[in-house]
Ligand binder design. Structure first.
Ligand code: SAM
Length: 284
């Protein structure tokens, strides 16, 4: 067990600092303050981040943190923290770790007892989700789907029965193929494409998948795709054994049955009534 009181110890800190996804006014005062305070800034691309830092007149030592070289990148940052240096991790845009590098170093820094401190700030997934007009909670963030048709369809099939809203990232040159896969595997659900968020050409396309597909040709820019979850009666596809196990384990840990059912409903997105029915059937 490691307990981190972020601002009540002298340990070196790894700060996770989000940066704008378009509109530079979304760089927060705290992000600028933290970047100015650390010893080293780790980034994806020193040229891209160099320009951002120059804009805000932040002069710090920059090192590269790369996903394709995560082992060595993480080891380098852990080494700096071990020497007592504070490090900020940024990505090209938005939140580090969210379809961007950083997972390994955060896991290692946390496991070694260094402070890992997140700042609030820009993230494309959340902007897209909350403005989509679809149910915002619960949701699943998938990120990018595999590029090959077969693999993409297989991945979508895994999510087909989930009742939660699904959030994807997609590149403009693949959006048409992706949406055709969504139609094929999920059927004609409601969805939203949120494009160029926070930028001057920000746009939302809201409708059913089949309504949006004809609009996709030539659509450019960065995109978040938000798709409605499965609204069918989920009970017929529910993994009853898993539900029963979840409820039993929570009860064994001291929860009341009704709290355990509420907790399982929250975690799975399945209605409390359905869970009650499953648990009740199991008891009889
Ligand atoms: N770390 C970033 C975040 O927190 O959102 C995501 C980085 S990921 C490599 C880049 C993808 O995020 C883009 O291909 C696009 O799907 C999405 N994205 C980033 N900025 C965006 C924007 N301004 N509008 C819409 N989508 C955006």
């Amino acid at each position: 067990m490691i307990r981190q009181k972020s601002f009540e110890n002298e340990k070196p800190t790894l700060f996770l600092v989000p940066t704008p996804i378009g509109n530079l006014s979304e760089m927060t005062p705290r992000a600028i303050e933290v970047l100015n305070s650390v010893d080293v800034i780790a980034c994806e691309d020193t040229r891209t981040s160099g320009q951002l830092l120059k804009h805000f007149d932040i002069r710090k030592r920059l090192i590269a943190y790369q996903n394709f070289n995560e082992e060595a990148s993480a080891a380098g940052i852990i080494n700096l923290l071990s020497q007592g240096q504070n490090v900020a991790l940024i990505s090209d845009a938005g939140y580090p770790l969210i379809n961007d590098p950083g997972q390994k170093v955060v896991m290692e820094a946390a496991a070694k007892g260094f402070n890992v401190v997140p700042l609030s700030g820009p993230n494309a997934m959340l902007n897209g989700l909350v403005a989509s007009g679809l149910i915002a909670q619960p949701f699943i963030f998938v990120g990018f789907l595999p590029q090959g048709n077969g693999e993409r369809n297989r991945k979508l099939a895994e999510y087909k029965n989930y009742p939660m809203t699904l959030v994807f990232y997609e590149a403009p040159h693949r959006i048409e193929k992706m949406m055709k896969s969504v139609l094929e595997i999920f059927g004609d659900r409601r969805c939203c494409i949120a494009r160029e968020l926070t930028k001057v050409h920000e746009e939302f396309l809201r409708g059913t998948v089949s309504e949006l597909i004809p609009e996709l040709e030539g659509l450019k820019g960065e995109m978040v795709v938000i798709v409605e979850g499965n609204r069918d009666d989920y009970s017929k596809d529910v993994d009853s054994d898993l539900i029963i196990r979840m409820v039993r384990e929570s009860v064994e840990l001291g929860m009341t049955t009704s709290d355990a059912v509420r907790d399982a409903a929250k975690k799975t997105g399945i209605s409390r009534n359905v869970i009650y029915r499953i648990v009740h059937q199991c008891d009889n």
